[in-house]
Design a protein around this ligand. Structure first.
Ligand code: PBG
Length: 341
């Protein structure tokens, strides 16, 4: 039985704006489109695409398939990819020297994508972990991650990637001073228009697990090798420190800045957005992708709805661009929801 009720004497009824889809559209404060998304992709050297068990739907792609995927993404309106190389274990060394091979997998993949799909932005990573037999982003000596020696290598890697046509260099290693040093190296080699997307506030996060499966790049469990990345990646407890990293990156010439991971760090995205006069990116990382897939596989969550909710939440917090393994799916979902876009 419905209780009788006199109309409440309300002047404001926020629900009036939620009554009709058209009104909800007018009232919508934040928008998500394919143009906001960047797809991280994994490339491998030979053979067929290899599924990554902890990242359903993601694969290590041989260069040919990578190029096809790049074409599909452009057709869907996704402006760029962030490329990561899965290097054969036999080619990993303590000095990560494979990163400097101009005929290595990464340079070949960058050139192939830029040759075939020049309109797609290619973002490349300068960290050493794909090449390091220690599984660290920097050089390791006496159980320490060396800062300045690593930065000197990053400069060479950045120039190599720019020579291959990379549009944006993204140092994900968290060494101090790398943005300025890379800017300097790019400028003195004629790459004044190559942009730097700094991993400004990259946390020492447990959500990177599936990515490390994808590249087999977890810090190695050996004597003398630090078992985690806490001496260079940030403490999840801190956000003032993110603003300090932001100040340094902007002073050093970062063109775009990034917070990573995304959903557990929405407050950091918001603070960085407020303090930054350059575009802000957020990295919706492998573990954030894996957990939604895992729950969806169990029938506990709706994948499309929860993924799009995570992405709009990251936009609402202040991210202009989102690196996400959902990029292709989300672009497709958004197109189905609004074929005019
Ligand atoms: C390595 C790197 C990592 C990610 C991007 N670059 C892993 C790490 O720092 O250990 C993680 C991305 C993801 O989890 O999706 N420099």
């Amino acid at each position: 039985m419905m209780p009788d009720a006199e109309p409440l004497p309300l002047i404001e009824r926020p629900r009036r704006l939620r009554r009709h889809p058209g009104l909800r559209g007018i009232a919508r404060e934040t928008h998500l489109s394919a143009a906001n998304l960047i797809a991280p992709l994994f490339v491998k050297d030979i053979g067929a695409p290899e599924p990554i068990a902890s990242m359903p739907g993601q694969q290590r792609l041989p260069i040919e398939t990578l190029v096809e995927e790049a074409r599909t993404l452009v057709e869907l309106g996704v402006p760029g990819i962030a490329l990561f190389p899965a290097i054969d274990d036999a080619l990993k060394t303590p000095d990560a020297s494979g990163a400097l091979d101009p005929d290595g997998l990464y340079p070949r993949a960058i050139r192939a994508v830029k040759d075939a799909v020049p309109e797609l932005l290619v973002i490349t990573d300068t960290a050493l972990d794909p090449y390091s037999s220690d599984g660290h982003d920097g050089l390791v000596a006496d159980g320490q991650i060396l800062n300045d020696e690593t930065v000197a290598l990053m400069q060479q890697i950045a120039v190599l990637h720019a020579d291959c046509g990379a549009d944006i260099i993204a140092p994900s290693d968290m060494m101090d001073g790398r943005v300025g040093a890379i800017r300097d190296a790019l400028d003195t080699t004629g790459h004044t228009d190559t942009a730097i997307l700094s991993y400004t506030a990259k946390y020492a996060s447990a959500y990177y697990g599936p990515f490390r499966d994808a590249l087999d790049s977890a810090p190695r469990k050996r004597a003398g090798i630090p078992a985690d990345k806490k001496t260079y990646q940030m403490d999840p407890a801190n956000s003032d420190e993110a603003l300090r990293e932001l100040r340094l990156d902007l002073e050093e010439g970062a063109d775009l800045v990034m917070v990573k991971p995304a959903v557990p760090y929405l407050d950091v995205i918001h603070r960085v957005r407020a303090a930054s006069d350059v575009p802000v990116a957020a990295y919706h990382v492998s573990g954030e992708y894996a957990m939604l897939h895992a729950a969806a596989q169990k029938g506990w969550l709706d994948l499309e709805a929860t993924a799009l909710e995570a992405l709009i939440g990251i936009r609402r917090a202040g991210a202009d661009a989102i690196l996400t393994y959902f990029a292709k799916d989300a672009a497709q979902w958004l197109r189905e929801a609004d074929p005019g876009v």
